[in-house]
Design a protein around this ligand. Structure first.
Ligand code: 8YV
Length: 320
């Protein structure tokens, strides 16, 4: 039996065996390996499905070059690097890997919050450097997390998993979204500024892309205050990064736990030098179990598409 042809945008880094499984089941045209991109796209003219990841997205010229394109199957949940308007115009569907990563991303948001509030990284470094044993350094006092006010920007599936974890910490939760939800017990803040003024900690779990670019502005971060901590597991573009750096330097913002950056994998040197900041290399979903589940869901979307059953987890393009 001939294998269905698919175009893959990039190698799936951080997966377990997705790349091998794709090659085993599909005739994969590897765009990232092509010497001649145009010739590769020409060879892919009859392809109905593109495989990509949240990190690569899909360049619009690739979508436009494939007249037979019907679906893009992406590994991950972010779709900020795909032009959804273009997909609508071309009647192309998009599947992502929702839900399976909610818990691990929420766990990492909490790890960043706790690490930042309790100086976990600094404490670890102090012990390793024998500064504790030798009495050459003391750790600054941390910030209490339990009982505090947690603000969440973006109360989608990941935002709700973050909120759920706060129940064990006796925290009050409020959120800001495009629209208030009627299915959650948390109070809605009409503006992000209002949320930041109220909150001790602000966790960003919104979508990326143009609609949220820079909305966690200097003004919002200043409102969070000198004891406030911002945590970002969404997209670096959501925060005014330069504004955040300057407020952290001046002490007008207390701390930050960041998994994502505006120009990642480049991270501003200023952030690397700040002890009140905890940095991670965009790995919130990177556990063995979650990456396995993301892989299974990607493969299941492909199988179902080619079996004529339709995508398993299509994104509803009308609601985004
Ligand atoms: C991945 C992500 O680490 O799903 C997303 O949107 O950002 C992460 O889960 C990665 O970007 C997948 O390529």
């Amino acid at each position: 039996m001939t294998k269905p042809r698919v175009l893959q945008i990039g190698s799936i880094a951080g997966a377990i065996q997705a790349n091998a499984a794709l090659r085993e089941n599909y005739d994969v045209i590897a765009l990232w390996e092509a010497q001649d991109r145009q010739a590769c796209l020409e060879a892919a003219k009859d392809v109905e499905v593109i495989i990509t990841t949240a990190r690569y997205g899909c360049p619009s010229d690739v979508i436009l070059a494939l007249p037979s394109l019907k679906a893009i199957c992406s590994w991950g949940v972010g779709y900020d690097l795909i032009d959804l308007e273009l997909l609508k115009q071309r009647n192309v569907q998009l599947s992502t890997t929702p839900d399976v990563l909610n818990d691990c991303v929420a766990d990492e948001a909490w790890a960043l919050l706790m690490a930042s509030a309790r100086h976990i990284v600094q404490g670890d470094q102090m012990v390793r450097a024998n500064d504790w044993e030798n009495g050459t350094r003391t750790l600054p006092l941390g910030t209490r997390v339990a009982g505090k006010k947690l603000g969440i920007l973006g109360l989608g599936r990941i935002g709700q998993a973050i909120a759920k974890r706060s129940h064990g910490f006796d925290m009050e939760v409020r959120y800001h979204n495009r629209n208030p939800r009627n299915d959650v017990p948390y109070e809605y803040s009409k503006t992000l500024l209002e949320l930041a003024q109220w909150a001790d900690f602000l966790v960003i779990a919104s979508v990326g892309g143009e609609e949220t670019r820079g909305i966690v502005s200097r003004e919002v971060l200043r409102a969070l205050g000198p004891k406030g901590i911002v945590v970002n597991i969404a997209r670096g573009s959501v925060i005014d990064e330069q504004g955040m750096i300057e407020l952290l330097q001046s002490g007008e913002l207390g701390g930050a736990g960041l998994d994502v950056f505006e120009h990642e994998p480049r991270v501003p040197d200023a952030l690397k030098q700040m002890p009140q900041v905890v940095l991670m290399p965009h790995v919130a979903s990177a556990t063995y179990e979650t990456r396995q589940d993301m892989e299974t869901l990607l493969l299941e979307n492909l199988r179902a598409y080619f079996a004529g059953e339709g995508l398993v987890t299509p994104l509803s393009l009308n609601n985004v």
